[in-house]
Design a protein around this ligand. Structure first.
Ligand code: F0G
Length: 457
């Protein structure tokens, strides 16, 4: 059909009411939460763009798959369905369910890293970085230079700087047990990695004898970007592009809470037999037996069904366009965002927007809190609070101070998004009223989740 309007490729069968609050109620809620939106009660949020992780709406087919869940401790039918779907998609020999992505990361890194190792990536996500650092190893970001320039438009800003990767492998290769690439690159703005770049990483891993693992949380969105932007892929199905992506790697970590279209779950997959034995042994210790890995049988069913739906072209066209639609509105109004729009989120450049708030006064937190107070919208800082504290206790500004507006899958309609755009534009217009913050209390790792903040005078 040749109409311009891209519609939601579903109709709504069940709804959940959202609660409207007054400004005074939001002020009280945020104060009680120590000015950290992670500590709010979700019911005090009108539109929740904190994350696209586990927040999607499952389909009627997923809910009916839930009823088919086989809860046998060992060898459950649901595991075999899950395994078949993941194997068809990824081709990996060993498929190990985990309760979510970070459990897969912990198992992979705990069984393969030692102190002093280095794990390169385009950009490590926070849990990936933390799971590497907790082993005494270093998480090194090697995204291309274009990926560090928010306003620059480039089709594949998630690409790995292959020259920097080769330099690392030449100079410190004995400290690199594996190479990772995150598709799409969440911390770098939800930007895709091209197939050509993934082939380049594969070639370097072959040359230097290193295993190549994908952080595959948003593989389907990445596949769709390749279809739209990379020569030779326009006529391919997203699924066949995804299969090609996985075929280049030796394994992956996956949070099924994103492109698994499920509310919980994940997996670790790989070809190496010895690594898989070590991973399964640790899995049994902390997650569960290898045919459920911390999940219920019904979760495995929901993920299997979700992985089949997520590569549907009508879904991905709507998904990528609806994120871009929000981006277009903000760009048109002059709000600085990472361009082009990411797959799962729009990232406002808070450092650029709030030049009067220095990075160590957390411009991202300032904008996040301003947006919540103004409109009841919850977003998240991806900046100096998330990445600025180092294992040695020092603090420096992160590469960027961003505010992510993550779009849950199949949850909000176009009018919700119109409301979000209107609110963001209004808060940006009144930016002079937004001030900085300081941290009152925070833990030593992953401090953004539980830190408490105080407004600077
Ligand atoms: N890798 C990436 C790229 C992620 O975005 C996430 C989670 C993980 C790994 C960890 O997966 O949450 O299932 O343990 N990202 C969420 C977010 C939390 O909001 O971006 P998990």
């Amino acid at each position: 059909m040749n109409f311009r309007t891209i519609i939601e490729p579903f109709r709504i069968k069940s709804v959940e009411a959202v609660k409207f609050t007054t400004r005074e109620e939001r002020e009280a809620a945020l104060a009680a939460a120590g000015n950290n939106v992670f500590l709010l009660r979700a019911e005090d949020v009108l539109i929740d763009l904190l994350t696209d992780s586990g927040t999607g709406a499952m389909s009627s087919l997923q809910w009916s798959a839930v009823m088919r869940g086989d809860e046998s401790y060992a060898g459950s039918r649901s595991y075999y369905r899950f395994e078949a779907v993941v194997r068809d998609l990824t081709g990996f020999r060993h498929i190990i369910p985990t309760h979510q992505g970070r459990a897969a990361e912990r198992i992979l890194f705990h069984t393969t890293l030692k102190a002093g190792d280095i794990v390169p990536n385009n950009n490590h996500f926070d849990t990936t970085r933390a799971n590497i650092e907790v082993e005494g190893a270093e998480a090194r970001d090697l995204v291309v230079a274009e990926g560090r320039r928010p306003a620059l438009v480039h089709p594949f800003k998630g690409n790995v700087d292959l020259r920097a990767l080769e330099e690392l492998l030449v100079e410190e290769g004995d400290r690199v047990p594996l190479v990772m690439v995150t598709v799409t690159n969440n911390s770098g703005g939800g930007q895709p990695v091209s197939m050509e770049n993934l082939r380049g990483v594969r070639a370097l891993c072959d040359r230097y004898g290193k295993p190549f693992f994908l952080d595959a949380c948003r593989f389907a969105e990445n596949a769709y970007f390749i279809k739209r932007r990379e020569a030779g892929y326009a006529d391919r199905t997203p699924k066949s592009i995804a299969q090609e992506i996985f075929s280049l790697a030796d394994g992956c970590t996956m949070s099924a809470k994103k492109d698994g279209l499920a509310n919980i779950g994940g997996f670790l997959a790989m070809n190496d037999d010895a690594w898989a034995v070590a991973a399964r042994n640790l899995l049994i210790l902390t997650e569960g037996f290898p045919t459920y890995g911390g999940l219920a049988g019904y979760d495995l069913e929901a993920i299997a069904q979700g992985l089949e739906e997520v590569t549907e072209e009508a879904y991905l066209r709507y998904r990528i366009r609806s994120t871009e639609y929000l981006g277009d509105k903000l760009i048109e109004a002059g709000v600085p965002i990472i361009r082009p729009a990411g797959g799962h989120a729009i990232y406002v450049d808070a450092r650029d927007l709030l030049p009067h708030v220095p990075p160590l006064a957390y411009p991202g937190i300032s904008f996040v809190n301003g947006l919540y107070l103004e409109a009841g919208i919850r977003s998240v800082e991806i900046g100096t609070v998330m990445f600025g504290l180092h294992p040695d206790g020092t603090e420096t500004p992160a590469t960027m101070d961003l505010v992510r507006l993550a779009i849950p899958r199949r949850v909000y309609t176009q009018s919700h998004v119109d409301y979000v755009a209107e609110a963001v534009i209004e808060v940006a217009r009144r930016r002079a009223e937004l001030g900085g913050y300081r941290i009152v209390t925070a833990p030593a790792v992953l401090r953004h989740f539980t830190a408490r903040f105080e407004k600077l005078r």
